[in-house]
Design a protein around this ligand. Sequence first.
Ligand code: UDP
Length: 132
Amino acid sequence: MEKSLVLIKPDGIKRKLVGEIIKRYEYRGLMIENIKMIKPTTNMLKQHYIEHIDKPFFAELVDYMSSDFVVAIVLSGEHAIELVRKINGSTNYMQAELGSIRGDFANSITRNLVHGCDSPESFKREYDIWFG
Ligand code: UDP
């Protein structure tokens, strides 16, 4: 069993897609281990997106993510990390596969509804930020 850290971003809540998004993880067999709503601080987001700190979109991303509540979720299941990223779809909504969350609902690269951690190491790091 593996664990994955998911965030439903502010646009997911504003667009009332929280139930739709969670349903997709549950239907693929993933189990909710923990879930909460949280309004992230800039500091949390700087830690969370540390790998992107030098990217041109970093400031916009942190502004957007700190603008409102997000839903933070720990999911568990076999291959949870890869499965979540498949269910989420590609970062760029134009390339996201139809049938994925982003492929079906996203209309912006920044406001792309969901985040999923990309490795067991990032799960640990992100878990400490969101649930520590
Ligand atoms: N992002 C952005 N512009 C870009 C690339 C990424 O605003 O050109 C944002 C987007 O919200 C994305 C997040 O930065 O989800 C993190 O980027 P990453 O490449 O790690 O994508 P993810 O793992 O979320 O698919």
